[in-house]
Design a binder for this molecule. Structure first.
Ligand SMILES: [Mg+2]
Length: 365
């Protein structure tokens, strides 16, 4: 045992109640009143603590995965062993190449990056190739309003008043986009995330109806989202950039999409694939026409990891922020969003640790 031996890996659900000025949207077939993810806390023998974040829709399942699979494999190992995580990925591969086990390892991966940077005494971006920009623009990502024009208009106006200059919708109709365009006026980028709305033969006409309102990109236009061939065909024919990636079934599949220019924007989620994979995808975009635009629909250590990645990557992109009121805003005091911008933290590691309320599990239930 050395000072760098991992002595504990635990998962603390983070279920943040939210309000979005409308009745709860549906998620996974049920009304959603909390935004879920999970903190991952790693401690080494010398008492050092580092933080990661995992995608989580079912806290009991994720906690069981940490207790029975992840912690037993990680504890007793050296935190800086290069083979630690790749070895765990291989050992656990029969339990699924996507899904909660992979999401658990993604959270551990982020925590190990936080630990490495803290030990080196440098901000995380220094380990990702260095900071290319000191601040990152943030876009307001509206939840679902199911085409209700009045609500879309008023929530967009609220976002603009808070200083946001780019908007994303989770809507599926030209009418919804028109309502938001009416609120923003011309020139404001509006991304449209359809969450896999259409079959390949439906998408072209649906997107064509939106074009007069100038969408900036269309996100996840197709069901199934990993149909690279159908996406490549749609890209050729639809006349607006496409974005996909948050549901990529593996890091390799997303990397292939980046390399082959299947779509213009690839969107790795660090809390599903890990920061190592997202960094690899960002690097594979360098010098190509494909842009890495990480998906960031979460608020914990994965949000900070994404901020460092965006600060360090070649292409300048804005960072996604779900536009909601949270019962607790992680890092509100340490890494605040001000007037639609984030200052890139320069403290060692991720730059801030989660607040006691989160660590103590006040939002775990
Ligand atoms: Mg999305």
């Amino acid at each position: 045992m050395t000072s760098n031996t991992i002595v504990s890996v635990i998962c603390i659900p983070m279920r943040l109640p939210f309000h979005h000025w409308s009745s709860p949207p549906l998620f996974a077939g049920r009304p959603r009143d909390k935004l879920d993810s999970a903190l991952v806390r790693v401690q080494t023998q010398d008492g050092s603590v580092a933080w990661g974040e995992s995608y989580c829709v079912e806290p009991r399942a994720l906690q069981a995965i940490f207790e029975t699979l992840v912690a037993p494999l990680a504890c007793g190992r050296q935190a800086d062993e290069e083979t630690l995580l790749p070895g765990m990925q291989r050992v656990l591969h029969n339990l699924g190449r996507s899904g909660p086990v992979v999401h658990a390892l993604a959270g551990l991966d982020i925590a190990l990056w936080d630990l490495r940077a803290k030990r080196a005494g440098v901000p995380l971006h220094a380990l990702l190739g260095g900071m290319r920009r000191e601040r990152v623009r943030v876009y307001a990502s509206l939840l679902q309003y199911y085409g209700k024009a009045e609500l879309l208009h008023s929530v967009t106006a609220r976002a603009l008043a808070q200083g946001f200059t780019e908007i994303k919708l989770h809507e599926r109709t030209a009418e919804a986009l028109a309502a938001v365009r009416h609120a923003t006026g011309p020139g404001v980028p509006i991304m449209v995330d359809t969450n896999c709305a259409w079959l390949p033969h439906e998408a072209e006409a649906a997107i064509a109806a939106m074009l007069p309102h100038e969408p900036y990109w269309i996100e996840e236009p197709l069901w199934v989202p990993e149909d690279a061939q159908a996406l490549a065909t749609l890209r050729q024919r639809c006349g607006v950039p496409l974005a996909v990636g948050e549901n990529a079934s593996s890091a390799l599949a997303l990397r292939r999409m980046a390399e082959q220019g299947t779509v213009q924007y690839v969107q790795p989620s660090v809390i599903k694939l890990g920061l190592t994979a997202a960094l690899d995808i960002a690097r594979s975009c360098e010098g190509t026409g494909t842009v890495c635009a990480p998906q960031v629909a979460f608020f914990g250590p994965g949000f900070l990891a994404s901020l460092h990645l965006i600060a360090a990557q070649q292409d300048e992109v804005s960072l996604e922020r779900l536009f909601v009121e949270l019962a607790h805003v992680p890092y509100a005091a340490t890494v605040p969003i001000e007037n639609g911008w984030l200052q890139v933290p320069d403290a060692p590691g991720l730059g801030a640790d989660p607040e006691p309320a989160l660590v103590e599990g006040r939002y775990a239930g």
